[in-house]
Design a protein around this ligand. Structure first.
Ligand code: NDP
Length: 287
């Protein structure tokens, strides 16, 4: 039997209804600044989607586009200026940055109270301490929200996260293992001896690896819940544009899993919803 689709769009819509109430109750209009450097087309699509989502909810957004040859010093100076601007509550710098800019060093400069991406060491450090009430990275917290919304019980379950990045995999593992979620977590990465065998043990499998359709049906325990974080462009001559979006999970997994999040329409909308939630939290806390 085919898996039930975990509908990220519907979950994001439900979450946004609650966010609208929080915006109404907030003493100030939340204000997000987004900086994008260079002309990577996918990054521009992500930023446009974030700005549109802000408009939909009545969050003010300021969108700054810088050319790919901007110097690190200029970017640092802009971040410092925005850190000190009391009318701005959230600040994010769209990844990736050009090679001549040290992305981690720039992230470290963002005021943690405005770090709506949740990537600052102070915010990730709180998560390591088990404090899940701070600025949490949007994609993994969106996955948690989606699991909660669809009634997936995590306590005592075996969760496997494929990927250990600072942005998705590692914070995902911490959130699944945190008190209250209480899953028992395994992290799979590129040096794992037998990734397939590890995945087969999962009641809940989160794929955040960036390899199109790597997780095959025979990697998945029958009845498992599978969350596909991956967003990959693969060539597809049958499409007019010559490519299609693919997740990290092979479509055949639908025959084995009980619940499966689609790509697109799964984790993507939840990532944006959690960014909006973090922006509102930042505004509430700064006022
Ligand atoms: P990274 O490239 O930063 O991390 C990938 C991780 O996968 C690494 O930890 C790497 O291991 C691991 N890995 C790579 N190859 C293998 C392999 N063969 N077997 C096991 N593990 C492997 O990617 P991100 O975490 O940033 O993103 C992951 C995916 O999620 C991408 O497709 C990205 O586009 C997507 N994404 C989607 C978002 C959304 O909103 N839906 C948001 C952010 C990302 P190692 O550490 O050993 O190198």
């Amino acid at each position: 039997m085919a898996a039930v689709h975990l509908d990220g769009k519907a979950c994001a819509k439900a979450l946004e209804a609650g966010l609208l109430e929080r915006i109404k109750a907030c003493s100030v209009q939340p204000h997000l600044a987004v900086i994008i450097v260079g002309d990577d087309p996918a990054s521009h699509v992500y930023v446009t989607n974030k700005v549109k989502a802000c408009q939909r909810l009545g969050i003010k957004s300021t969108h700054v586009e810088l050319s790919s040859d901007v110097s690190e010093a200029e970017l640092i100076s802009l971040v410092e200026q925005m850190n000190n601007d009391n009318t701005l509550h959230g600040l994010l710098i769209q990844s990736p940055l050009p090679d001549h800019i040290d992305e981690e060093a720039i992230t470290d400069l963002i005021n943690p109270a405005k770090d709506v991406d949740g990537f600052h060491p102070a915010n990730l450090g709180r998560l390591v301490q088990g404090r899940t009430d701070g600025m949490l990275p949007c994609t993994p917290s969106g996955v948690m929200e989606m699991l909660r919304w669809s009634g997936v019980e995590l306590s005592g379950k075996k969760a496997v996260v494929v990927g250990r990045s600072r942005i998705v995999g590692m914070p995902q593992a911490l959130l699944l293992a945190a008190k209250g979620a209480d899953a028992t977590v395994t992290i799979v990465h590129s040096r794992t001896a037998d990734a397939k065998m590890e995945c087969l043990t999962a009641d809940v499998l989160v794929a955040a690896v960036g390899r199109p359709e790597m997780i095959k049906a025979d990697w998945v325990k029958p009845g498992a819940v599978v969350i596909d974080v991956g967003i990959n462009r693969v060539d597809d001559p049958t499409r007019e544009r010559g490519w299609r979006l693919a997740g990290d999970v092979d479509p055949s997994v639908t025959e084995v899993a009980s619940l499966l999040s689609p790509v697109p329409g799964g984790v993507g909308p939840m990532t944006i919803a959690m960014l909006l939630a973090n922006t509102i939290t930042a505004a509430e806390r700064q006022h």
